[in-house]
Design a protein around this ligand. Structure first.
Ligand code: SF4
Ligand code: SF4
Length: 325
């Protein structure tokens, strides 16, 4: 079902949602927050929507720090949350991460408690290559509703019953299918197929594991982890115990495979001691190991790593090197 929502009716709709649910929106270029009037619609945010499912600090257990005390599992968020303005590449990122996290009860609870309203970009960003990674932003995959900016309106596609219920709080009127499909066609034409990615899919990547280009491409890398924390598909985490006095809490925190400590064993041995080994692992995980395990590469083409890397490392230089050697 397709609908048309006037741009001037967006805020009244968000306010109506906010009265019934806990609403989060992109507030600034940096990321999302509770809806309090601020709204950033100019493009994707630096931090993706993955933080709603893998938060920056997630308590798992609480316990009394004394022998024999039994831990208590922490209940996840119970209230229904709505996240507006999720870019379709980020929603696809959630689906990819879910392939790993679906058995996790903390993840499940967050997924059940969260509705996602997607927003397609007005124009693809200069570093975006979602379509080349098999992401059709107009499909609504992983979303409850998807909005497409078009002239003075948003064209809306309803994906789920939950989405339909949310849209009923707005002044949207039925219609707009033709314009929606023509915007989809127009958008797709802006993303040429990448021969390098095509080649990569067919290649036995273990043959390039020891290739000399890894050292050269990894040289400028600072191992700062920005690319991994900002990536909507990276999901490395650590579990730590925080104990203050007799109160203990076990928390899950995001981590980065770019950090030396991440792969260091308790014995002190580290299979990825060198910065090059960690750099190589990031790309091999995205384009080889995850693909082997789940049948899809672990990248949605959002372009954040290219935009934010302080050393100007570009994913395409690595993909081209991987496909050409
Ligand atoms: S953001 Fe750039 S410099 Fe930092 S770890 Fe990633 S590739 Fe290396
Ligand atoms: S690897 Fe880069 S382009 Fe791909 S999803 Fe992660 S941040 Fe986006």
């Amino acid at each position: 079902m397709y609908y048309i929502l006037k741009r001037e009716d967006l805020r009244p709709w968000l306010e109506a949602i906010n009265r019934e649910y806990t609403l989060f929106v992109p507030r600034t270029r940096d990321g999302f927050g509770p809806y309090e009037g601020e709204l950033y619609l100019e493009g994707k945010t630096r931090l993706s929507a993955k933080e709603f499912f893998l938060p920056w600090r997630e308590p798992l257990l609480v316990y009394e720090a004394r022998p024999g005390a039994l831990p208590k599992v922490v209940e996840g968020p119970a209230e229904q949350r709505v996240v507006f303005g999720v870019r379709p590449c980020d929603a696809r990122g959630v689906i990819l991460i879910e392939k790993v996290f679906s058995p996790d009860p903390f993840w499940q609870k967050r997924r059940e408690a969260t509705s996602l309203i997607g927003l397609v970009c007005e124009e693809p960003g200069t570093e975006c290559f979602c379509w080349a990674m098999g992401v059709n932003p107009f499909s609504g995959e992983g979303l409850d509703l998807v909005l497409v900016p078009h002239e003075e309106v948003y064209l809306v596609k309803v994906i789920t019953e939950a989405g339909k219920k949310l849209l009923s709080l707005s002044r949207a009127a039925e219609g707009g299918e033709e314009a929606f499909l023509s915007r989809e066609k127009e958008f797709k034409a802006k993303f040429p197929v990448s021969p390098a990615l095509e080649k990569l899919r067919e290649k036995d990547l273990m043959t390039i594991y020891e290739a000399p280009f890894w050292e050269e491409l990894a040289l400028p890398c600072l191992n700062c982890g920005a690319c991994t924390f900002l990536c909507p598909t990276c999901y490395c985490f650590d579990v730590q115990d925080e104990v203050v006095g007799s109160e203990g809490v076990r928390v899950r925190l995001p981590e980065a495979c770019m950090f030396e400590l991440y792969s260091r064993h308790a014995s002190g041995h580290n299979p990825r001691r060198s910065p090059m080994a960690r750099f190589r692992n990031r790309f091999m995980h995205k384009f080889k190991y995850f693909l082997d395990e789940y049948g899809e590469p672990l990248c949605v083409g959002c372009g954040r790593c290219n935009e934010e890397c302080p050393a100007n490392i570009n994913l395409w230089d690595v993909v081209r090197a991987m496909s050409e050697v």
